[in-house]
Design a protein around this ligand. Structure first.
Ligand code: MSP
Length: 522
């Protein structure tokens, strides 16, 4: 069986996760589930990145020790992923002893082989990003990553010799076209960081205490990014007594990371792996962000939405659908209450839910609930519909392979529209008036049910509850996988539910837009 290892970044557990931060995890979960349905032995990792000054400060604010603080936050993160039915196999915590030990060992190895050396650091430090920048990297005197104030700081520190690996990294980029997706992120890395000359990276701190100590020089705390990035391998048991998972799953098939942390994953992480003499992940996909009309989500702007709020009012699947649908790989996606309500009403209610409902009521009305079997007879439009049923699988796969996840949903919804149009084209209510047309009517109803089954399978990696609900109402088993898609003509002894239950109910537009706006003020 082929294996598939997909990761999210491990999150800073420094507050509640908003819908933007949930995006990465929802995406990773969807891909893992898709791979499982396709027969892979898939493994998904997420977790928390618990060290660093930011966390130390947050704990102080909360009058707790850092460990007490991260324990509570890690539980909150786990609870959110449970609410969102995220199917992660590993929940990584960087305060776990096996991880700390492995990071110390990795640091000593780098030191021994001369990749890390001791020096003095002076630079512009961004506290929230825990990063030093040179004068030229600053943008208008501010942090190039988050735009906040930076402070001049100086400390004795260890450095990682990045320069030594620059050429090798570039070579790797050039010989592995699938390594960075989308392609333009590679160009960004080359033009902004590699071509101007890679700076050596400061990999220890002495200005705070909350981190993994350098074993041979415990005054120094290991830089949080060196600590955090290695989680992708320590989580699999790298350098532990049992590294069987590491042997099986490394290299990762896919790291999914947000655009703000591209540099760490596309430059430092591959270089650390090269220094460890380990294979590099097959692909790192850098996604764009979910933005609000007035820019980034932030408490001070009063524009933050938390996943729990949307889930409570509109359900999990509607929330996940919106997130994945709205972020293209070429630019940021936008969250607005208006857009959310429209997507809900048009895509989920009008297109999907009504299609299911109309079909179920026709199966009941014309065939007492029993789905007609494929009779080979084709109405004029059936051929076209059957072609669409094949095409949608190809175009869905193509968009997934191109990392255009929003478009993969768009393809499914085009197919849903196509199926709705088929009802108008065949006018089953007119066919039902004449006994002579019975075979045509059977064929029409059969095709509608077959398409709905196919749709239930295609949306399943993202919207499992909706898929279950559809299959139950259609009187079908939910033991489906990607191969089931091949059984388009194979519907036998199927009896739909007596009365269809709407899977999404139409929202009152103005009322709900107001409700979401109120959520944002909380
Ligand atoms: N701890 C680091 C990652 C270390 S991985 C070795 C970190 N954590 S984070 O909590 O700040 O971010 C987690 C993820 O959420 C990142 O991929 C980040 O890009 C993503 N997002 C944060 N805000 C987002 C949006 N508004 N939209 C989409 N993704 C967003 O970075």
């Amino acid at each position: 069986m082929s294996k598939y290892y997909v990761t999210t970044p491990i999150y800073y557990p420094s507050g509640k996760f908003h819908i933007g931060t949930a995006y990465t995890t929802v995406l990773a979960d969807m891909l893992k589930r898709l791979k499982v349905m396709q027969g892979y032995e898939a493994l998904m990792l997420t977790g928390v990145d618990e060290h660093g000054q930011k966390i130390e400060d947050k704990a102080k604010e909360a009058n707790m020790s850092p460990k007490e603080y991260v324990d509570i936050q890690a539980e909150a993160a786990k609870k959110l992923w449970k609410t969102m039915k995220i199917d992660n196999d590993i929940f990584m915590r960087t305060t776990d002893e096996y991880h700390e030990r492995a990071v110390q060992e990795i640091f000593e190895k780098f030191l021994k082989q001369g990749d890390i050396y001791k020096g003095e650091y002076e630079g512009w430090y961004c506290k929230p990003c825990e990063s030093y920048f040179t004068e030229t990297q600053l943008v208008d005197g501010k942090c190039p990553d988050c735009g906040r104030e930076v402070k001049k700081m100086k400390e004795e520190a260890y450095f990682f010799n990045m320069k030594k690996y620059a050429r090798k990294l570039l070579e790797f980029y050039n010989t592995h076209p699938d390594f960075i997706k989308p392609e333009y992120r590679k160009t960004e890395m080359i033009n902004n960081f590699i071509k101007p000359g890679l700076e050596d990276l400061c990999v220890t701190r002495t200005s705070f205490d909350w981190g993994i100590k350098v074993k041979s020089d415990p005054q120094h705390v290991i830089y949080v990014w060196l600590d955090a990035l290695t989680n992708y391998i320590t989580a699999l048991g790298y350098l532990s007594d049992d590294d069987s998972m590491f042997k099986k799953y490394w290299p990762a098939d896919l790291h999914i990371v947000g655009k703000d942390i591209a540099r760490f994953h596309l430059i430092y992480w591959p270089i650390f792996l090269m220094a460890l003499d380990l294979p590099l992940p097959k692909t790192i996909f850098v996604h764009n962000w979910i933005m609000m009309k007035d820019g980034k989500m932030s408490k001070s702007k009063g524009n933050v939405i938390y996943p729990e709020q949307l889930i409570e009012r509109y359900g999990l699947d509607a929330t996940k659908y919106f997130l994945i649908r709205e972020v293209p790989s070429s630019q940021d996606g936008l969250f607005s209450p208006e857009e959310f309500v429209q997507r809900y009403n048009y895509d989920l209610c009008n297109d999907l839910s009504n299609l299911l409902n109309r079909t179920i009521s026709m199966v009941n009305k014309y065939f007492e609930g029993k789905v007609p079997e494929y009779n080979g007879l084709q109405n004029d439009v059936d051929e076209d519909l059957e072609k669409a049923s094949k095409d949608v699988i190809d175009s869905f796969n193509r968009e997934i392979n191109d990392f255009e996840f929003g478009n993969s949903l768009k393809e499914i919804w085009n197919y849903i529209s196509r199926t709705n149009k088929y009802i108008d084209e065949t006018s089953p209510w007119a066919l039902a008036k004449d006994e002579e047309n019975i075979e045509k009517l059977k064929s029409c109803i059969y095709h509608l049910v077959a398409n709905l089954k196919e749709i239930a399978i295609l949306i399943r990696p993202l919207m499992e509850d909706t898929s279950d609900n559809m299959l139950r109402q259609l009187g079908m088993s939910n033991k489906v996988n990607w191969d089931t898609l091949k059984e388009y003509k194979d519907i036998k002894d199927t009896k739909v539910i007596g009365k269809g239950e709407p899977i999404f109910m139409r929202l009152k537009e103005d009322e709900e837009i107001e409700a979401i706006k109120n959520m944002m003020k909380q």
